[in-house]
Design a binder for this molecule. Structure first.
Ligand SMILES: Cc1cc2nc3c(=O)[nH]c(=O)nc-3n(C[C@H](O)[C@H](O)[C@H](O)COP(=O)(O)OP(=O)(O)OC[C@H]3O[C@@H](n4cnc5c(N)ncnc54)[C@H](O)[C@@H]3O)c2cc1C
Length: 415
């Protein structure tokens, strides 16, 4: 197994890699190691999953999906990827409310970092979690259901509480989606009509490459139902299938042009069978309260000359508030300002620090799975339940078996 993440910008310092296939085997790995980090599909861009001792790959924790039609849930092994679960659900007439931009990521890894798609009325992927099975560092198997005392702290867990062996997700009857892409939206119209545009379809993303700073290159809309979204301004639909990155052919992207298709073939931007995005990139994201989104975007516009040469594309997405302590949308409707960068780590780190600093006044939260300066002062300010989370982590893991420097920094900020 490669000891590097998907982007290749992180090499893990693990002494050994274990790939357990059952709860018993997870317990054995936890009992035999001094320090452990779970590793899902390794799509995070920072050192969150790193360890100097044992990496526990979840690749074989993939029990077959169990659908409960009455409760409207599905239970799967934590190592399963969304792209593997989705066809199994669709075959039985069921769907998930949303997907991230790609279906390649593991379910437990995605929910541990607050991964999200877009949609004013749709929560993060973590908010679809109805239950978890967790093996604690001491080897105890815990079942947590929505409504249980520790549940809201245990979903976006950063891998701090143990190894998630099963996840139960909300499902709903399958539905069709029509995806349409519109091109060349003036930035001023986007800002003036922000709510109307983000609310024009079930899921909306704005893609801005910043080479022409005052024009948003593409608006991706994913609609349930037959109506084409009504967008302000004289913005036209792309006449053919497009990619959001300049000069990249669109084979990897899910079907556009308004043709109806099942949710699993439209909600993600990228097909499971293809490399998502560019493959040669870094990512960062700041999540700002919806109420400050337009102001925050104006600040970003003001800095464009300084970061634009490093950007491949920026994506703006929205999500509904939830109650999960470390969720990007904890207790506030939220807008994500995501950046896909050129793979120039040190320059990108400088740009990320500049943007994070500039967006501090808006209470911007960093994405747990992407590049961030992880400033403890900011973390403490933007996540009001961080102290409770640190306490929960200490209770689940008194010996610090799941700790690594990334987590130490987060938990110290929560003191
Ligand atoms: C091309 C690309 C596109 C992306 N698109 C999006 C997007 O649309 N939206 C978005 O929000 N993010 C996006 N991301 C970020 C991505 O969703 C997160 O990094 C997510 O964590 C990936 O899941 P993973 O399984 O790869 O996690 P990993 O990177 O493997 O792990 C992340 C964390 O989860 C923990 N973890 C993993 N599995 C378990 C488990 N079973 N039990 C306990 N802890 C566990 C790990 O210990 C670690 O702390 C994207 C990333 C890439 C590379």
């Amino acid at each position: 197994m490669a000891l590097a993440n998907w982007a290749g910008n992180v090499r893990f310092g693990a002494e050994r890699v274990e790939t357990p296939a059952s709860v018993d085997e997870v317990q054995e790995v936890l009992a035999s190691a001094t320090r452990v980090r779970a590793l899902g599909s390794a799509h995070s861009f920072n050192l969150i999953a790193d360890t100097d001792d044992t990496l526990l790959s979840t690749a074989r924790l993939i029990t077959a999906p169990r659908i409960d039609t009455e409760a409207r849930t599905v239970t799967v092994g934590g190592g399963m990827r969304y792209g593997e679960l989705a066809p199994a659900l669709e075959a039985e007439g069921w769907a998930l409310a949303n997907l991230a931009s790609l279906p390649h990521i593991s379910i437990a890894g995605a929910i541990a970092t607050g991964t999200h798609g877009s949609g004013d009325g749709v929560g993060t992927l973590s908010s679809a979690v109805a239950g978890l099975q967790l093996v604690t560092p001491a080897g105890e198997v815990r079942e947590l259901r929505r409504g249980d005392a520790d549940f809201d702290g245990a979903v976006v867990s950063l891998g701090a509480l143990g190894v998630v062996t099963e996840v139960t997700l909300d499902i709903e009857p399958t539905f069709a989606v029509r995806q349409r892409v519109y091109e060349k939206l003036p930035l001023e119209v986007a800002l003036a009509e922000f709510d109307a545009i983000m609310g024009a379809a079930y899921s909306v993303s704005l893609f801005h490459r910043w080479d022409a700073p005052d024009v948003v290159d593409q608006v991706w809309t994913k609609a349930r139902g037959d109506e084409a979204p009504l967008l302000p301004g004289s913005i036209g639909e792309a006449s053919e299938q497009v990619h959001m990155l300049a000069g990249v052919t669109p084979e990897a992207t899910t079907p556009q042009r308004g043709e109806a298709g099942a949710w699993l073939d439209r909600l993600a931007h990228f097909k499971l069978s293809h490399t998502p995005s560019n493959g040669d990139e870094l990512q960062s994201e700041m999540l700002v309260p919806r109420a400050h989104a337009v102001e925050a975007l104006r600040v970003v516009r003001g800095l464009a000359a300084r970061f634009a040469p490093l950007v491949q594309v920026m994506e703006v997405r929205s999500m509904r508030a939830d109650g999960l302590w470390l969720s990007p949308a904890y207790e506030q409707d939220t807008v994500g300002l995501h950046f896909t960068w050129l793979p120039r780590q040190s320059e990108v780190e400088g740009a990320v620090a500049m943007l994070e600093q500039a967006l501090e006044p808006f209470g911007a939260r960093p994405h747990w799975g992407k590049l961030t300066r992880l400033d403890p002062r900011v973390l403490a300010a933007v996540w009001p339940r961080l102290g409770d989370f640190a306490e929960l982590a200490r209770r689940c893991d008194p010996e610090g078996k799941m700790r690594n420097p990334f987590l130490d920094r987060v938990l110290t900020a929560g003191r």
